[in-house]
Unconditional design. Structure first.
Length: 195
């Protein structure tokens, strides 16, 4: 199965186009995004591989912001992390990644957690700041508020950060994040292509 998703930031110029593919080897996401972050324009491409159960395995990221920079982040079956081939023991307790400028990276977490309404889960993530390409361990909490037909509502909390409200479809793919991102429908894309 393969699908294409498009998100745009609410308040700044930008767009992310992501192709999501499921096959016998797992889940593969390839993305191209352009965004303005803290006044800086970035263009980025990334590839994320997860196993068939949405467990994170590899991130390859290239960012162009006053020159190109790349990183490769991997997690093996034992939970060991490598950043550009070097061990990162400080990420040992992390299970997933979050990219600072992409709404997609919440999806593997929500797919794995399978929370029902009223349930919460605390999780460690490897947070990748796409502006300066730093990687650090962070704690996050996800709380499922409600499930409706074709749509669910979650709260995402991170220490020292503003809480986010996540609205997702029945595949845990983001429809909207608070006042940060919104997903464009096929109809909206057709209309903007005609304009």
């Amino acid at each position: 199965m393969q699908q294409t998703l498009v998100w745009k930031p609410w308040n700044t110029p930008g767009v992310e186009t992501l192709r999501l593919k499921h096959d016998a080897n797992g889940i593969h996401a390839t993305s191209h995004l352009m965004q303005v972050i803290k006044g800086d324009s970035i263009v980025a491409n990334y590839l994320i591989d997860c196993d068939p159960r949405w467990r994170f395995r590899r991130l390859w990221l290239k960012v162009d912001n006053h020159g190109q920079r790349k990183l490769c982040l991997q997690r093996d079956l034992r939970g060991n992390w490598l950043l550009n081939g070097q061990p990162r023991p400080d990420l040992q307790n992390c299970q997933h990644i979050i990219l600072s400028a992409s709404p997609f990276t919440h999806t593997p977490i929500l797919q794995r957690s399978a929370l029902v309404a009223g349930q919460s889960q605390d999780i460690q993530v490897a947070y990748v700041d796409m502006l300066n390409l730093t990687v650090e361990a962070r704690s996050k909490r996800y709380h499922c508020v409600q499930h409706r037909t074709h749509e669910s509502l979650y709260y995402s909390q991170a220490e020292g950060r503003k809480d986010e409200e996540l609205c997702v479809d029945d595949q845990a793919l983001l429809l909207q994040i608070s006042d940060k991102y919104m997903r464009l429908s096929q109809q909206e894309l057709k209309l903007s292509a005609l304009a």
